[in-house]
Ligand binder design. Structure first.
Ligand code: 4AD
Ligand code: MG
Length: 433
């Protein structure tokens, strides 16, 4: 077949012309003489108007009886329509049914979340997932752009690994022939090897945590972006982090106006997140603020979601909480030069209660100290001997961080649960579809 289809998003370029659109029927309404078909093709949405004045009775009958999610090829003339939220409509000449759709389960009535995620393979076709996935796409593209423009080389970390730098309690084991292995919690250690080879690198891949937490912020499989920079101290790393986040928000503002509108996201709130610098607050100061507000926390405690939300509520932008207690952080974080109880680290907390979106630190450069810390964490130094090599052969100051892609999407898209931010979420109770 030689037919060529016009994408719905390109219809404004064909004002007044007759085009062929390959689409699906989202919804339909109408009366005896006119039918309105809501079409989608993945690039956009448009209303197709089928009028008995313009088409024969047979074509009108098709329109009248067509069911939700039937796939169709429609030919029609593109017409401006300022009353339509998409600005244009299609005045239909003919309709050809490509694939029928009977008893489509996700009807226009309200469905519960469980039902929708049980049908995620179909639910992806609907407005809200559409808008969020387009925003996800922008954030991924903007990530590559940012790191490309700032001289980073992307290196890919393995997914199957024998290391567990973020704690041994949250591992998904896999059998690797005769050996025990895990699905990777983080690409960081490999990124550090990359930084010693290429200066500035980032990894971007799926990471896995067997956390049994059932919260609005946790997935068991999520995508992480982990930049690592040689000859870079923590302060410079924080500057790169805030520029990176601002570039993501700006990219979404530039490319996803209609999607943000579909999600009712407040643009003025988002615009504030492009203003730099972001505030910085030490862990010590955060504890003082929390205690002054009668939170039951002691110095040394890690923050849960109520504490993070309280801290971020003090600011209108993301806030860096710096220098956490050594005891609650991973072994590789650099010791503070003047204090033994904290490390040179920072978590970036998103506003509006979205919690930690970045965790990062300067990395310790000392072989003996790291070997000791690895042992203290109950890890086997032999498993990390390749990593310790990086401290044996030309160790340099370096810093890095990890950004949770779905946390950032949830925040920028203004969603109340992280499962919305990934096409097929893996949570405590869900590995299907
Ligand atoms: O703070 P985390 O555990 O840090 C690391 O893994 C470091 N190796 C990063 C580095 O320095 N290269 O995780 C980093 C980020 C968190 O800030 C959060 O955004 C996200 O990953 N994250 C999760 N996102 C969704 N579900 C989960 N269960 C997550 N756990 C962490
Ligand atoms: Mg963290």
């Amino acid at each position: 077949m030689s037919e060529k289809f016009t994408k719905i998003k390109d219809l404004p370029m064909h004002d007044g012309e007759e085009v062929l659109v390959g689409a699906w029927i989202r919804q339909k309404r109408g009366s005896k003489k006119i039918a309105f078909l809501q079409l989608r093709d993945g690039s956009g949405f448009v209303q197709a108007v089928v009028s008995l004045d313009e088409v024969d009775q047979a074509t009108f009958n098709i329109a009248e009886h067509i069911k939700q999610e039937t796939s169709v090829v429609v030919s029609g003339v593109v017409q401006e329509n300022s009353r339509d939220s998409f600005g244009y409509e299609l005045s239909v000449k003919s309709i050809q049914i490509i694939g029928e759709s009977n008893d489509y389960p996700i009807t226009p009535k309200d469905h519960g979340t469980d039902f929708l995620f049980e049908h995620r393979h179909l639910y992806l076709r609907h407005l809200k997932p559409y808008a969020i996935m387009k925003i996800r796409n922008t954030i991924i593209k903007a990530t590559y752009d940012f790191f490309w423009n700032n001289g980073f080389t992307k290196i890919d970390a393995p997914i199957i690994t024998s290391s567990a730098p973020e704690g041994t309690s949250e591992l998904f084991p896999v059998k690797y022939f005769e050996q025990d292995a895990y699905l990777s919690q983080t690409g960081q250690l490999y990124a550090e090897a990359g930084a010693m080879a290429f200066g500035r690198v980032f990894t971007f891949g799926p990471t896995f945590r067997a956390e049994k937490s059932k919260t609005r912020r946790h997935l068991n499989e999520f995508w992480m972006i982990e930049p690592e920079m040689a000859y870079t101290h923590q302060e410079e790393s924080l500057e790169i982090q805030e520029k990176y986040i601002a570039s993501l928000v700006q990219a979404v503002l530039d490319n996803n106006q209609s999607e943000l509108k579909m999600l009712d996201r407040d643009l003025d709130v988002l615009k504030k997140y492009t203003i730099l610098p972001y505030p910085r607050l030490s862990y010590d100061q955060a504890i003082e603020k929390l205690q002054a507000a009668n939170f039951d926390v002691q110095w040394g405690d890690d923050f849960g979601s109520p504490e993070e939300t309280f801290i971020s509520d003090q600011f209108e932008q993301p806030v860096f909480v710096t220098n956490y207690p050594k005891a609650v952080k991973a072994f590789y974080m650099k010791r503070h030069p003047d204090r033994d109880d904290v490390v040179i680290s920072a978590d970036l907390l998103a506003p509006e209660g979205y919690g930690e979106i970045i965790g990062g630190s300067e990395r310790d450069t000392d072989f003996n100290y790291l070997e000791k810390r690895i042992k203290e964490q109950g890890l086997n130094p032999q498993d990390y001997s390749w990593y310790l090599d990086l401290r044996k052969y030309g160790s340099v100051p370096h810093s890095g961080f990890g950004l949770g892609l779905e946390r950032v999407i949830t925040w920028i898209a203004g969603q109340d649960h992280i499962r919305e931010a990934i096409p097929f979420p893996r949570t405590l109770n869900r590995i299907w579809p």
